[in-house]
Design a protein. Structure first.
Length: 148
């Protein structure tokens, strides 16, 4: 019995407002000669937090409200390998009261379609109590700037 969902199509680069150039590293390659799947999740985390820090809405050491990852997911389409240059693309798919669903795509430099793509969900919580917290207004504004 096949309960699989239909395979998604790669997202186009044009659907993203925020791009972060990244370099693959020698250690990213696995025994099969391509970037290991866990590295893509590092790139997802990097592009999300880079955007938030640069937008001035995340102080890694001091923000009273922080995002905790509660869900990640990735689909793979084409191999990437060291020493290939890549770009991580970020957009916001959904903004809730205390959560955000980011969509991230990884592109080979110059490619029109994603090599990999997925989701990253943050639930925002009070740093001390770890209880859900409403998104601060400045964060909401920054997220709306890259909303799909």
């Amino acid at each position: 019995m096949d309960n699989a969902t239909p395979r998604p199509s790669p997202w186009p680069r044009a659907g993203f407002r925020h791009l972060l150039p990244l370099a693959t590293r020698w250690r990213d390659n696995d025994a099969y000669g391509h970037v290991n799947n866990v590295v893509y999740y590092e790139w997802f985390d990097t592009v999300v937090n880079e955007y938030l820090v640069r937008a001035g809405v995340l102080d890694i050491a001091g923000s009273p409200v922080i995002g905790l990852a509660v869900h990640t997911q990735c689909d793979f389409f084409t191999d990437l390998a060291f020493p290939q240059a890549i770009e991580a693309a970020l957009r916001v798919a959904h903004i809730g009261r205390s959560s955000v669903r980011y969509e991230i795509a990884i592109f080979a430099v110059g490619a029109a379609s994603a090599s990999a793509q997925g989701q990253f969900v943050h639930v925002y919580v009070d740093r001390v109590s770890r209880r859900p917290a409403q998104l601060p207004e400045a964060l909401r504004v920054a997220l709306e700037r890259i909303a799909a």
